[in-house]
Design a protein around this ligand. Structure first.
Ligand code: GLY
Length: 394
């Protein structure tokens, strides 16, 4: 058989079909959303526009998830080479520049999620100065949340809010790439130093000795002493919230990539090994790893999508070939299950790419729905699977 006669594997065919379906939905959403933003999650499997908040109209750029939409547009450009996706992605830069300049909803560590996808990517790819300046302004703002002497970045809210003071969360590991980029871009090591200290504190305290993770952890902001773990979106303070564990896999791996610190790679492997050990038969875990098949609880497809990306990244970082293969195979199994069992059927079915995520079960928000971040990481996992050597935006 000549090379041209070789049929793609069933897995490759399934991935190609999944990319085609996802791109159809992204295309339809460009027309529907324009430069406005969908809500964090779907309602009955359809994204409405982001609801109006105090002083901000419907569809405004507020909250922590808006950048996943331009992030998907950049992925669509990678997957198709079609310039229309690049134009659509680039059209969001103004909104993010206005947001940071106007001080709109910036009291969050999630500036990393927001500005890495929406502004660092165009700054890197097209040399867009406005995007670069907005991302640097966001990095400066993130630095105002760095608390001495604890050496952590406060996650949420006003720095003086007693409920949030000194508190950080595992998701923040995904926000430090903005700081490493800022140091690389400016030559000023302050950003990377803060990121390194923050990550070391999470490795020390948010990762438990049994390989599970706390969702959030408090430090005494005055003395820097570590205090206690507490959940916000998990089942209990001592259980392991599935998405947090997935953020741990991907986040510790990325922080290792930027620092070369082997203890961060070990932390990522620890998170991965526990996550994989808790997966049910179809490889897509329940929203808290406490639960298994027969629990009657919902799965969180978004945690699975994040883990698929994190495991693929981890596989490229560990030196041991057998471990690397184990992580790569696990990433493929998870992605295949998402494609076969959790992906939406196309724009008529849903304007989400991936169904059956859970945002916040304890508060009853976005339970068994599509999520913007689940869609983004699902498309990133498909991109990783179909474009060998693809360069991640993180
Ligand atoms: N970063 C917030 C969440 O994962 O729900």
């Amino acid at each position: 058989m000549t090379a041209t006669n070789v049929r793609p594997s069933p897995d490759a065919e399934a991935m190609t079909a999944a990319v085609t379906a996802a791109i159809r939905t992204v295309e339809a959403n460009i027309d529907a959303f324009g430069t406005r933003y969908p809500a964090d999650t779907t309602v009955a499997n359809r994204y409405p526009l982001r609801p109006p908040t105090a002083g901000q109209p419907e569809g405004a750029n507020v909250g922590w998830t808006t950048s996943f939409w331009p992030g998907m547009l950049w992925l669509a450009h990678d997957l198709t080479g079609d310039e229309r996706y690049l134009q659509a992605a680039q059209s969001h830069v103004d909104s993010f520049a206005d947001r940071v300049r106007g001080g709109i909803d910036l009291d969050t560590h999630d500036l990393g999620f927001l500005y890495t996808l929406a502004c660092v990517t165009p700054a890197r790819r097209t040399g867009d100065r406005r995007a670069r300046d907005a991302a640097l302004a966001a990095a400066d703002h993130l630095m105002t949340r760095f608390l001495e002497p604890a050496g952590i970045i406060q996650a949420w809210g006003d720095l003086a809010d007693p409920r949030q003071r000194g508190r950080t969360i595992i998701d923040s590991l995904m926000n430090t790439p903005l700081l490493y980029w800022a140091s690389q871009t400016t030559g000023d090591d302050r950003y990377a130093t803060a990121a390194r200290r923050h990550t070391a504190q999470l490795r020390e305290h948010i990762l438990r000795p049994d390989g599970t993770t706390f969702h959030t952890f408090y430090w005494d902001a005055e003395t820097g002493a570590p205090l206690r773990g507490e959940t916000e979106q998990g089942h209990g303070d001592d259980t392991c919230w599935a998405r947090g564990q997935a953020w741990g896999i991907y986040g510790f791996t990325l922080n290792h990539r930027y620092t070369g610190d082997p203890t961060l790679l070990a932390a990522a492997s620890t998170c991965a090994d526990h996550f994989l050990a808790r997966l049910p038969a179809d490889h897509v875990g329940y929203w808290d790893l406490e639960f298994g098949d027969g629990s009657g609880e919902e799965r969180d497809s978004s945690a699975a999508a994040i883990a698929a990306c994190g495991l693929a990244e981890l596989a490229g970082s560990v030196a041991d070939a057998a471990r690397a293969k184990g992580y790569r195979d696990a990433a493929q199994r998870i992605l295949r299950s998402l494609v076969d069992n959790y992906a939406a059927g196309g724009p008529m079915d849903s304007n989400a790419l991936l169904l059956h995520g859970v945002y916040d079960k304890p508060k009853g928000i976005g339970v068994d729905e599509g999520t913007l971040w689940g869609d983004y990481f699902y498309l990133e996992a498909l991109t990783r699977a179909t474009i060998p050597g693809w360069t991640s935006p993180w």
